[in-house]
Design a binder for this molecule. Sequence first.
Ligand code: RNT
Ligand code: ZN
Length: 418
Amino acid sequence: MIKESIIKQSFEAATERYAALGVDAKLAMDKLQKISLSLHCWQADDVTGFENQGGSLTGGIQVTGNYPGRARTIEELRADVLKAASMIPGKQRLNLHEIYGDFQGKKVDRNEVEPVYFESWMQWAKENGMKLDFNSTSFSHPKSGNLTLANPDDGIRNFWIEHTKRCRWISEEMGKYQNDPCIMNLWIHDGSKEVPASRLKYRQILEKSLDEIFAKDYKNMKDCIEAKLFGIGLESYTVGSYDFYLGYGVKNQKIVTLDTGHFHLTESVADKLSSLLLFTPEIMLHVSRPIRWDSDHVVILNDDLLDLAREIVRCDALGRVHIGLDYFDATINRIGAYVIGSRATQKALLQALLEPSAKLQQYEAGDKLFQRLALQEEDKSLPWGAVWDMFCLLNDVPVGESFIPEIEKYEAEVTGKR
Ligand code: RNT
Ligand code: ZN
């Protein structure tokens, strides 16, 4: 156990150090407290869901690993999410995919889904002080194929249009119920393994489908559209590329989702924020970690994440950027994966909030570029860890690595027995 008195002393010392640079550490903690991450429900069960159709994961995404303890039922998934949330400071949201409905063993096809299948989720979320976000699900279905909303076949295309419209309706009901807009993300895998004869053709169809889907206005939900670079088996062409959705989002004032695993590895997602903020209403983030071909490794506190968090804060855009997580790892304890990625994201945000930005900007305005670089470098070793420990203590969640034995205990008592 880390002694409380040590945490407090270190925090006091850190506060003074930051104050000398014009940074209010307490204010940074207050701001962090107000940020809710949207936890992705699909890390708990390897993107399986509860449709009971027995199909496998398709749509160009893949979960590797067979670590024991996957959540197999709604009850198990809810328990796991609550366990993870108990080790993450602050209040988080939960991001559901359509396939996680409470179908009670009934076969409900995607074009038949209704808010009623999410009522128990809404009640559960309310009881646990969580707000919900939502996603339409176009993968892992007999009609998924390589093309859904961009399919030239009207039967298949209309099936997915109907599904997506219904998901917006469900999101609207969720938003109404929780008295806070439900953010609905639309991601489809549509693409092809080789370059098609016409790239334009499928993008025209997708644009038409989206126009149809978004024709109805809702007040309690917000739409966002997520681009991707490529999918597994769909490497040469993605209908919903970044350019496509950026254009669509600007033209139609929709929120563009930036998944940090969906870009070329040397591309900076952080650099995109300030441009998007000028031309689209808000931004949705899927915080992830790309490694070679995989876009979904567990998030860790790396330079990309820090850069992203700093940009949100530097743009003063915490009120316009929604932060969701999106990764899936089945090779380690899944609760651990939630806790590591969420805490890493919060640590990055805290460091961003503690940046001596006034001083840095002053240097920059005065063309003092050596001084700016020097302070940026010194900032990296300022005692933000002491502020983080205090933040965890105040939130009554495990400080430092003390969540490790807690997860081990849950594994011994719960997930390990599945
Ligand atoms: C896939 C997208 C998408 C999914 C989830 C399951 O590459 O990132 O967001 O991860 O919808
Ligand atoms: Zn994503």
